[in-house]
Every structure is written in C-alpha cells, then in structure tokens.
Design a protein around this ligand. Structure first.
Ligand code: ZN
Length: 1017
C-alpha cells in the first residue's frame, strides 16, 4: 500500500515529515500554513489603563480610548482593559471562528459581564472560540472585554526568572483579529506530531519507531495541503497506527489535567486570584467540549478566592465537581511548606481545607497533594491518616529511590505515596513524557500505574485542547504506555490493589536542595512562630474563659480569619522566603493583622478569665507548672521583675517568691564577666563569647576545650542560581568569626532575679550586632536576646557552640516530636545534611550529658561533630533584592544538662522560651487555678480549642514527645461530662469513648502518637 521507493534513510524521511508541519519552514506549501483560513480585523479596539485590579463592573464603566495593535502599555502590575467590537462575516457560515489574541501579559476575556476564557501566549492559549460552526442564528456582532494583567506567567523578573521584578516593563498586543480555524488541519497536525515524536522517542532500537516512520512518510505522500479532501486518507493511516493495541501487561499512565498555581511567588497574592480565574475558566471551556476530561485542583484558599471574586465561575466549577470532572484534591488550605509549619498548623491546614471542600462541594479529599515543596516532615503520615487521608502525591524529590512506595512516619503510620516518574506536574501530553514515565519508573514490576499530570501551571491556564487530543490518540497504542483519563482516587486504588511488592521508606523525605529556605526572610519566619504561639494562647485562654465565665463568647469567626491568614503565609514560596518583595510586604502585613487582632482577642479572653480584677496575675498556657522570672508593671506602671509560680494551664496572682539562689554578676579585672544562678555559671569574654558554660551540680564544663561558645560566624553565601533558596555546601569553606568589638560587655542587670550583660559587635562596615546575655534565677538556660542591624549582600550569619559532647547523632524537634540526623559525613546522604531544619530546639547528647540549643523564631541548624550551629540571617538578592535588610530581633538559648534531653526537660524549656507567661488582672483574693494537667512529662497537651460547629464542646490534642510508650492521665478542673476520641477533623469515634473518672481521663500512647479528644461540658 505504500508508495515506492522508500530508501533506508531514516534521517531524511523523519525530517521531511517534520518540515511538513513546521511553523518556521515551508509554511507556503506545508500543512501548518493551512491552519488558519480567512481573517477579518476587529471593528473597534479601545483600551483603559488601571493601576489597580478592579472588577469588571468598575472597568466597563470607564472611558476607553482607541488602541492600535502594537502600541505599548504598562507598567508592570497595572491592568489594561480592552473593549473589542467584532463583526463576523456572513460568508464564514459553517466555519469555526476564533478571536485570535496574542499579547504580552495574561489576559481574561469577558463576555456578557462574565469571564469566559483565559488567554496567555506562554500557556499556548491565544484563541477564544466564537463559534464551532457558524450558523445564521448565532450573533455575528459581539462586544468583548479583554483584561490584560501587566505581568507574565512568572511575574516580571528582570533578565532572569528569579530576578527582582522590573517595575517598568512595557506590554503590547501583537495580534487581535477574527480568523477561520481549520479544525481538520489541526487534527492532522496532531497525528503527524505524535507519529514524529514516536519515531524520535523510540529511537533506532525499536521496530515500532520504524513503523511510525513509514506511516508518517506515507501520510506526507497522501496529503495535499491545498486539497482538504486528501486529509482523510492520511488521517486514516494514522488511525490504523494508533489503533494497534498493547498487550495486557503494558504500564498505564493515569492522565489528569492540572494547573499548579503558586498562591504567591513572583507575583503578589492578589494576582493569584486572577491567575486562578483565568486558568479555571479555561478548564471549564475544555470540559464543555471534552466530556471525559478530568482536572485536579488543590488549595481550598484558591477556591475561596474564586468564590468571592468570580461567583458565576464558581457555580460552574461546583457543577463539574458534582460530575466528578473538576476534582478538588489535597485537603489542605494551601499547599504549605512541608518542614516549617508547626504540628498544630499542619493539622489546621487539613482541618480548614477538608472542611471547606466538604462545605462547598460535599467531598472529602483522600489524598494529600504537595508536588512542589522543599521536603516533607516525618510526622506528615500520621497527620494525614488522622485527617482521613491515606494517599500522598508529590514530585520534588527526584533523587528518591522509589516512585511508588509506602511512606512510614515517625509513629509508624503509613501512607501510600506516588511520585509521578515523568518527574513533572506540568506535562504536555507528549510522547516523550509517556516514554519517560515508563523508563524512569523506579518500581518497574512493582507498580504498573503512574500519574501523568498535564497542563501549564502558574496561570498558564492548565491543559489545552491539543494536550487532550495528543493523549486521546495514544490511549492504547502499541509501544507506548496505555493512557487513561483518571482521577487520583482511581490511580491510588489501582496502586493499593497491587501493592504487595512495594517498598517502604521510613522517616523524613529530606530535599537535598533549597536548605537556605530555613533561614531566608527571617521576619516571615518570626511572624509565623510568634503567631502560632499567639493563636495557641488565644484558643486556650478563650476555652478556659468559656468555662469560667458564662457571658464569654468564643471568637469563632475571628479566630478562623486569623488562622486562615497564618495558613496562607505557610504557602510553599512564602514561609520559605522564596518570594518577591511585594509578597513579603503582604505576608508581614498579615502577621501584623494576626498580632493586632489577636492581641485584642487574647485581652478579652484573659479579661474574662481573670474576672477583670485589679491585682496583677499571670496566665500560663503550658501544661506544666512554671517557676520563672517575668517582667511586670506595678499599679503605677513602673516595670520590675518578679519570680512567679503558675500552675499548669492556669493562672495565679503574682506573689513575689524568693529564689533559692539569687543570680550573682561579677565583673573581673580582665574585662570578663562571671554570672551564676546556682544551676549554671558562665564566663562572658570581652568579645561576648562564652569562655565557660558550667553546669554546677554535675561539675561539667559544656564548652569544648580552648574554644568559645556563642561565637558568631560570617560565611560567603553565593549559590549557583537559586539565590533565596540555596545555600551550597562550599559556603562552609568561607568561615570567618566575627571578632570586632564595638562595645565590650557591660552589666545591665546586676543580679538578684536577673543578671545580664550587653555588648555590641561590628559585623562589617554596614552591619552590627547587639546582644544581651541574660541569666535568670531558677532558669536552667542562658538567653541571648539579639538585635542585628543587617545590610549585607550574599552573606550568612550563624552562631556556633562547640560543646564538650561526643555523639554520632543530633536530635531536632519537628512537628509533634523529634528525630535524629548524623553529626558526621560518611555518605553523600549525610553530607547533604550540612544544613538542616528543626523547630524550637536541637540537642547533642552523649550518655548522661548533653547541650541543647533553643530558639524563638529560627529553623536552620547544623551540628557537625561537636559544633552546634544555629543559622541566623542570610542576604540573598533574588527574587527579593532587599531580602532581610534592616533590623532583626531574635532570641536563642543554650542549655547544658545531665541525663537525656527527655529527662532534662529540654522540650519543656523550649516551650517556655517560646510561650511567655502572660500578665492578667485578677481579684486580689484569686487562688492559683489549673484547668488541665497531665500526669506524665512525656505527654504534652498541645491544643485546647472549642470544637468546630459545637458550642459547649472542647477539642484537646496531646502528643507523646519522648518517643516512648506511656500511660498518662489528663486531669481537669473543668466540668467534663463525656469524652470521646476523635480524628483531627474532630469527627468523634463512637467506638472509642474515653473514660472520665474523678482522677481524669487515662490515655495510652505509643511513641510520638498524637491523640485528639472531644470533651463535652
Ligand atoms: Zn509551587
């Protein structure tokens, strides 16, 4: 049937076919040149420029002035609205008619006051279909509005994608006209493209590639671009090839449309709302034409935005969600960072996300969806499982040993995990990706199903018709994996059904990249930690106020608003600090909102709790008695110190107690200062370093011989490209101690309840560091209250404590627990952990002795051999050219101890450092009162809140923090009638009542287990 002769010249045959569909060569005579038929100019085109993102209603009322194609507009972040009037020629009857719109920026077409189509050149979307087949009764005169955002898919980076935005970019429309679109030409072009790609991808080693080659060659022979009647013969030939089916054993690619939209990154939050609108309306248009098309969409926050900005579009989405085509996935409020949010924050990501999806769509997500995050905490499997999720889809760890496996978390919880082997969440439905999906699968023979996520992300509008057409052709084509339109549920069900041979990975999924994100944008990290603490305290104080004061109203809506702001800022390019300056400003403003509105809520709750007396009291939100020095004001407002004792989760009037041993401060003749509080003795050198950190009872020196503790170090910090993201291992070779003293230590507090010294170091010409080293009576750690004026470029500031401890592993706090990482560099995997993340504390111990480093807003650590290092500040210049410039405040602490860190209450000390005792006003005769206490120090009562949708019920969350199996009794002074175990979505388990006795509720814990209880009052 083939034309003869066909010589054995693969190269020329292949290139002949490529040129036949080239958009560059031979378009005068090739098939591509026939894609469009007649064209017709717009009747009128006029524009209006706005500095703000305004509504359609507001825009349509403005005065539009004539616009000529090619004229420029801008600058960056503005919006140009266009009004286009068009008249479709009568003679185009029966044709497919498009508005062809090629412009810079990202565009949304509005028709009849509704958004109808996103248009983005970079997302291969330049057509708005006016008619599939023009009929007489269709409107031929149409008025459209086109809203063009003056930013690209990836913002407006000056010269490089991650460079700071160019504020003065100019934009233009290059093409705006009506055209006849030849669908039959497009169909044939897709046939050609797929066959050519099969030839190329299967290569010379596969006979199937040659079959594709001869097919496509004969198609060129049969096809006359000038004669559309010749197309069907060529198309039939392609059809025969695509219909030759696979054997039963072939791998199955589960194709799901997707559009990864970063909630903020190289553009501000507000632009993301429009990116969602543009992308999702485009998806709806595709769904109307492709009934089998399935689209997966994460992040409840983005749905919430679309609901309030585009209500019409949202109801269309609801329609397709009901049909199972538009599938909300992930179950979280945003795709959050996988390392830095606290355990409770992670629970709230799911609580807010799942509740939103349930409320708006009546659905419950069964998979966690986090393809683009910089590592994944070992506590996530348990949190997922307890939020009703047993499957996990991600992507980022391409080093990983497995593509499909069980991931076992800190407590032994397992989730079925899939990394699409095609290694992208923005595929295009191309042959190359399908071949890669099979070849790269590291679980060949174990897992015969993979996800193929296709569609342009970040506002590129997601999938295109072309992608759908590509995938449709090769649903079952010999030589390629089977392709089926699928959903995450279908994929995971298949994987689960055939999981007997799957491997298990235990512990954290550490990303060996982007370790700078534990430190970059220190103000965001600080905002996150402080607001997590504040919301914790508001919830506890409000819960107790509810029980103590009949008139108190739990601030449900206000707390939800603040939580949602906090959760939003935990997005995977915001809390890591990998965003532009505009996003940082937004994020800091949100933290300010949380702080100011939160302060008012806390004030109300503490007021209700203290019955608004006039004596000074103290509130403790932590589940153990605290005996600490705090700053108070007397009735005249004069600040002073007091040593207070406050019971577990409770309050107490301030009754100044005397310390067992007061702090003594002695300035020595050589300029050093000695401080002692009966527990610790330290010697502060003339340069602010610690010559000695001595644990008195144990008789142990903690600082390594002939070394100094509290040594500040500067490093050169120049990564290879990803400036805000990456700190490279070679930075360790540039270690320079900060030695220049601007002001030597002088005594600020001379002892008694508190001793302290302050000094100032010169970091460089432009930067200084002032620190107060504080020793409090009764306190087992030394605090370092630090202020840095920071104006560096590509430098990294850390503080080191070389300690007299020898241990192969250091321990780091993570969400609801801790884990260990090596202090040596035996293997490449150890070496990659030269900079790691942790939460409030890290500890290095040998048997019966150790040292812990605590902090109140830092996340980057390293412990190499016996040197413990806390990462303090970076100075990257992209994508935020001013990242971290300015004044910073932070506190860290060092705590030597005997025994293990568990026995030494390191965990409790780190909580104490982070959660301040709060002053309250109470009646003079107030008795100390404790609402809750826990009998076992291994168990921490982390959260007390009002149950969602249930007045008169509280949820309490506790976790086992030592890594031990224990029994603990939760005692409470509250009138608890019933207690039930519940999951993290607060659904009680009727099979699991918790027994309430006069002593309390007795609970069993396995290592790192998190338990939630629903208490009915
Ligand atoms: Zn992302």
């Amino acid at each position: 049937m083939y034309h003869q002769p066909v010589l054995k010249n693969r190269r020329t045959l292949l290139e002949r076919a490529e040129k036949f569909i080239s958009a560059i060569y031979f378009t005068d005579c090739n098939l591509r040149g026939r894609l469009y038929g007649d064209s017709s100019p717009l009747e009128t085109l006029s524009s209006f420029l706005s500095s703000k993102r305004i509504t359609f209603t507001e825009a349509s009322q403005q005065t539009f002035v004539p616009y000529k194609v090619g004229d420029t507009f801008g600058p960056t972040w503005w919006t140009c609205w266009f009004k286009a009037t068009l008249k479709i020629p009568e003679s185009w009857k029966g044709k497919e008619v498009h508005l062809l719109w090629e412009s810079d920026g990202e565009a949304m077409v509005w028709r009849d006051e509704q958004p109808v189509q996103g248009l983005t050149k970079d997302g291969e979307k330049t057509s708005y279909i006016l008619s599939d087949c023009l009929a007489d009764e269709e409107p031929h005169s149409v008025t459209l509005y086109v809203e063009v955002a003056c930013n690209g898919l990836f913002g407006a980076g000056q010269g490089s994608m991650i460079a700071a935005p160019d504020p003065n970019s100019k934009f233009s429309v290059q093409k705006a006209e009506l055209v006849v679109f030849n669908r039959d030409v497009q169909d044939l072009l897709t046939d050609f493209e797929m066959l050519i790609d099969i030839v190329k991808e299967l290569g010379e080693g596969e006979q199937r590639g040659y079959q594709a080659l001869f097919t496509v060659n004969e198609m060129v022979n049969l096809c006359d671009p000038a004669d559309p009647s010749s197309f069907c013969k060529a198309h039939s030939l392609a059809h025969v090839f695509f219909s030759q089916r696979n054997g039963e054993s072939q791998h199955t690619a589960h194709a799901m449309g997707h559009c990864h939209i970063d909630s903020a990154w190289l553009w501000p939050y507000e632009e993301t709302i429009r990116k969602c609108g543009r992308s999702w309306v485009t998806v709806i248009r595709l769904m109307e034409k492709n009934p089998d098309f399935v689209f997966t969409c994460s992040q409840a926050q983005q749905f919430q935005w679309v609901k309030s900005w585009y209500p019409g579009l949202f109801s269309q989405i609801q329609h397709y969600v009901k049909k199972g085509k538009f599938i909300p996935v992930g179950g979280t409020w945003v795709e959050m960072d996988g390392n830095l949010p606290s355990g409770e924050s992670m629970v709230r990501q799911f609580l807010e996300g799942q509740r939103f999806f349930n409320h708006e769509f009546g659905i419950h997500c069964k998979e966690f969806w986090l393809p683009d995050t910089f590592g994944y905490s070992a506590q996530l499997p348990q949190i997922m499982q307890r939020c009703g999720i047993s499957n996990f889809l991600t992507q980022k760890l391409s080093w990983n040993l497995h593509n499909t496996f069980f991931w076992e978390g800190l407590d032994g919880s397992k989730v079925l995990t899939h990394f699409p082997p095609g290694n992208s969440y923005e595929m295009k439905g191309k042959v190359e990706e399908l071949v890669k999906t099979v070849k790269n699968n590291k679980d060949k023979g174990r897992a015969n199903h993979s996800a193929v996520l296709f569609g342009f992300g970040d506002g590129g509008g997601g999938p295109t018709q072309l992608m759908l057409d590509r995938l449709r052709r090769v649903q079952d084509t010999d030589g390629l994996p089977k392709v089926r339109t699928s959903s995450p549920d279908q994929l995971f069900s298949q994987l689960q059904a055939d999981s007997a041979l799957l491997c298990t990975w235990t512990g954290e999924l550490f990303l060996e990249l982007h370790n700078g994100t534990y430190t970059t944008q220190a103000q965001i990290k600080r905002g996150n930690r402080h607001c997590e603490v504040l919301l914790h305290d508001i919830e506890i104080a409000s819960s107790l106020a509810l029980c103590r004061n009949g008139t108190f109203q739990y601030p449900v809506e206000k707390l939800q608003e603040l939580w949602r702001l906090l959760l939003l800022n935990q997005f995977h390019d915001v809390i890591p600090g990998s965003c532009i300056e505009m996003v940082v400003e937004d994020a800091l403003r949100y933290y300010e909102d949380i702080r100011s509105k939160g302060a008012a809520l806390l004030h109300d709750a503490l007021g209700a709790l203290g019955s608004k007396g006039i004596s000074t009291g103290v509130f403790n939100s932590l589940p153990w008695e605290r005996h600490e020095v705090i700053q108070i004001q007397d009735s005249a407002g004069t600040p002073g110190l007091a040593l207070v004792r406050v019971p577990s989760i409770g309050l107490s009037p301030v009754k100044d107690t005397q310390p067992v041993a007061p702090v003594s401060v002695t300035s020595q003749a050589d300029g050093t200062v000695v401080m002692e509080n009966g527990i610790l003795q330290i010697v502060v050198n003339k340069d602010g370093t610690l010559a000695s950190l001595y644990l008195i009872d144990a008789g142990r020196e903690a600082i390594s011989e002939s070394c100094q503790g509290n040594q500040f170090i500067m490093f050169d910090d120049v990564p290879l490209y990803w400036d805000a993201w990456d700190v490279m291992d070679y930075h360790l070779q540039t270690r320079k101690p900060v030695v220049e003293v601007e002001q030597p230590p002088h005594v600020v507090s001379s002892g008694g309840l508190r001793g302290s010294v302050r000094f100032t170091l010169r970091i460089s010409e432009k930067s200084t560091l002032t620190q107060e080293i504080v020793m409090d009576a009764m306190c087992p750690y030394i605090k370092f209250n630090t202020e840095v004026k920071w104006a560096e470029s590509h430098k990294f500031l850390k503080v080191e404590f070389p300690v007299r401890v020898h241990g192969p592993n250091a321990t780091y706090e993570i969400q609801f627990g801790h884990l260990q990482r090596p202090t040596h560099r035996n293997t490449s995997w150890d070496w990659a952990r030269f900079e790691v993340w942790g939460h409030k504390w890290a500890d290095l111990s040998e048997h019966n002795f150790g040292v812990a480093l605590l902090n109140d807003c830092k996340y980057g650590y390293s412990v190499h051999k016996n040197t413990m290092t806390l990462s303090l500040l970076r100075a990257p210049k992209a994508p935020d050219v001013n990242a971290d410039m300015g004044t910073h405040h932070f506190t860290y602490a060092v705590m030597p101890h005997t025994g293990s860190f568990q026995e030494a209450s390191i965990i409790q000390s780190a909580y104490n450092l982070n959660f301040p005792l709060r002053p309250i006003w109470c009646p003079a005769d107030t008795e100390p009162w404790s609402a809750f206490s826990v009998s076992n120090t291994a168990v921490i009562l982390e959260t007390i809140k009002q149950a969602e949708d249930r007045k008169g019920a509280l949820v309490v969350r506790l976790y086992e923090s030592h890594g031990s199996s224990v029994t603990a009794t939760l005692s409470t002074a509250l009138p608890v009638r019933e207690a039930w175990h519940c999951d993290f979505l607060e659904r009680d388990d009727p099979t699991q009542p918790a027994r309430v006795t006069p002593e309390g509720i007795t609970l069993n814990f396995s290592p790192f287990q998190i338990v939630s209880l629903l208490l009915t009052l």
